[in-house]
Design a protein around this ligand. Structure first.
Ligand code: ADP
Ligand code: MG
Length: 238
């Protein structure tokens, strides 16, 4: 676990400013959701935390460490993407073990990490299957398994459920929350779905056009929206 701080973070692509001075404090073990309309800068903020984009100004901290300029592998994070990009030619076990192999872990070390992660995710009986032999929900679990085995300080999710059908999406929300309750890893989760944000988050960061409109618990936002944007966004169906 670790805290995460965005301090006056800015990002421009060329002359196009897309993150316009963002301040967010995330405490140890918190489940924080960045929500806002398409194009408001959620993924860019997450990618800067992951080290996949440089920041133009400001500071990002993970724990006590300023991570500006550090490569993704120098940050103690694991990211789960929307298109979970499993390796089609590798089994579930090998998909989950891949990053550990890259880090030079030996076979025993890998087994002691992969087995419990598979157990938690209900994948133990699927370890020798290939991604094409799995359902959408099972693939999503493998993608989460790849993140879990790395035992990171922070989990990052970018719209992990948006490729799933509505029923599965609801089930996976609960699974991700259970996982968080079990591991208590600090989590930053991006979605454009208000209902997902309201049902899953400890704390919601409402973004609009590169800025933060409000930060609060689901109840705070529901009871005391800071402005019309927040009220309209939270109140409207996804
Ligand atoms: P969201 O995830 O909230 O939908 P993004 O963070 O993906 O939004 O994008 C925010 C803005 O930044 C958009 O206007 C998008 O077109 C722009 N943008 C994102 N990535 C790049 C890039 N690599 N180059 C130029 N513009 C980008
Ligand atoms: Mg996005």
């Amino acid at each position: 676990m670790a805290s995460v701080d965005f301090i006056n973070v800015r990002k421009s692509f060329g002359t196009h400013a897309v993150i316009k001075g963002v301040n967010v404090e995330i405490t140890d073990g918190e489940f924080v959701i960045l929500v806002g309309p398409s194009g408001c800068g959620k993924s860019t903020l997450l990618r800067m935390l992951a080290g996949l984009e440089n920041i133009s100004a400001g500071e990002i901290r993970i724990g006590d460490k300023i991570v500006n300029g550090l490569a993704p592998k120098e940050r103690d994070i694991a990211m789960v993407f929307q298109n979970y990009a499993l390796y089609p030619h590798m089994t579930v076990a090998d998909n989950m073990a891949f990053s550990l192999k890259l880090k030079g872990a030996n076979k025993t070390a890998i087994e002691t990490l992969v087995k419990p992660a598979a157990e938690i995710l209900g994948l133990s009986h699927l370890l020798e299957r290939y991604p094409r032999q799995l359902s959408g929900g099972q693939r999503q679990r493998v993608a989460m398994g790849r993140a879990i085995v790395r035992n990171p300080q922070v989990f990052l999710f970018d719209e992990p459920l948006s490729n799933l059908d509505a029923k599965l999406r609801v089930a996976m929300r609960a699974e991700i929350k259970e996982l968080h309750q079990r591991l208590n890893t600090t989590t930053v989760y991006v979605t454009h779905d208000q209902i997902e944000a309201m049902t899953m988050a400890d704390k919601i960061v409402v973004m609009n056009d590169g800025r933060v409109e409000q930060i609060g618990s689901p109840l705070d936002l529901y009871d005391r929206p800071a402005n019309l944007f927040v009220a309209g966004f939270i109140g409207s169906p996804a």
